[in-house]
Design a protein around this ligand. Structure first.
Ligand SMILES: *[C@@H]1O[C@H](CO)[C@@H](O)[C@H](O)[C@H]1NC(C)=O
Ligand SMILES: *[C@@H]1O[C@H](CO)[C@@H](O)[C@H](O)[C@H]1NC(C)=O
Length: 288
């Protein structure tokens, strides 16, 4: 009789923990999404009312930390932008499935899923830059002025842009083509003012720009493509500049004007001829 008790107790204990952790499903698909240092951890599935999630993150090998917004909550995203303060470090995060806020639990080992490793400086994607396009008066030089995308980081109350973070590691890659052709050319620039001097004067060219960080691993080097901007074409025919309607109306007006002039001339001539005739008829009469 006495020998049965411990195993029975053990079984009861095992069943209770098992069923408790079994009701807290493990997070799945834990992924980082990061652009311009705005970094969001996300996972599946949406929790039921029976459990919640807590995010713990750490520099790889370091102490675990928590973000106050991501403790026992029921969302499936956690914004860790302001938590990953060492941009050059690499982080991992665990998503724990816990009892809901306010409920108590005697479990101290919650099921969790770990994220892949994320290193802000190497991994954050760079969003599309903005740029202005200027063709020089003499048409021999086209200049692109690139605006660095802003990050979500602040220093001394100033919002930092990606040039502030990457400094001379940051380049811009310009992809351009003649508007009428698909053949593309590429130009890499270390500065934000990009002068292109080998373009055919008077041609319309279309440009795209993206950030380029050659020091990164190949699959992370290029940022998002900017919107396309095209320079103006100076060899446009009259039909490209004005619509057919405008041209038709203009021609019609010109014809109308010519018609009026002819009509007026004809009428005038007739009158003058009549007057002359009268004059001629009048003169002999006077002579007689
Ligand atoms: C995880 O991601 C896969 C692929 O996107 C998806 O099919 C699956 O439903 C996700 N898991 C959950 C729990 O939503
Ligand atoms: C460039 O070409 C597209 C169509 O190919 C046209 O819609 C656009 O107006 C052109 N831009 C210039 C500046 O010529």
């Amino acid at each position: 009789m006495v020998t049965i008790r411990p195993p029975a107790l053990f079984i009861v204990f095992f069943l209770s923990t098992h069923s408790a952790s079994g009701s807290y499903p493990q997070a799945q698909n834990v992924t980082w999404k990061s652009t311009n240092f705005k970094t969001i951890l996300s996972w599946d599935p949406k929790p039921s009312a029976d459990y919640s999630y807590t995010v713990e993150f750490s520099v790889v090998g370091g102490n675990k930390q928590r973000n106050p917004h991501c403790i026992r909550f029921s969302a499936t995203v956690c914004d860790l932008s302001s938590s990953l303060t060492d941009l050059n470090a690499c982080y991992t995060a665990d998503v724990l499935s816990e009892q809901p806020l306010g409920a108590s639990s005697d479990i101290n080992e919650f099921p969790y899923t770990s994220s892949p490793r994320f290193c802000p400086y190497k991994d954050t994607e760079i969003g599309k830059p903005d740029f202005k396009l200027e063709v020089n008066e003499d048409k021999k030089k086209t200049t692109l002025y690139v605006t660095d995308p802003l990050t979500t980081l602040f220093k001394d109350g100033q919002q930092l842009n990606i040039r502030d973070i990457f400094s001379d590691q940051l380049q811009y890659k310009v992809t351009y083509r003649k508007n009428k052709s698909t053949g593309k050319k590429v130009y890499n620039s270390k500065t934000n003012m990009i002068e292109l001097t080998d373009l055919d004067p008077g041609e319309s060219y279309c440009f795209n720009i993206q950030a380029y960080i050659p020091s990164r691993s190949v699959d992370k080097q290029l940022g998002e493509l900017s919107q396309t901007q095209c320079s103006k074409d100076d060899n446009q025919t009259i039909f490209e500049v004005y619509s057919v309607g405008v041209i038709t109306a203009t021609i019609f007006l010109i014809l109308l004007l010519i018609g009026i002039i002819i009509a007026v001339t004809v009428v005038c001539c007739k009158r003058r001829n009549k007057a002359l005739k009268r004059g001629k008829e009048g003169v002999p009469l006077q002579d007689v």
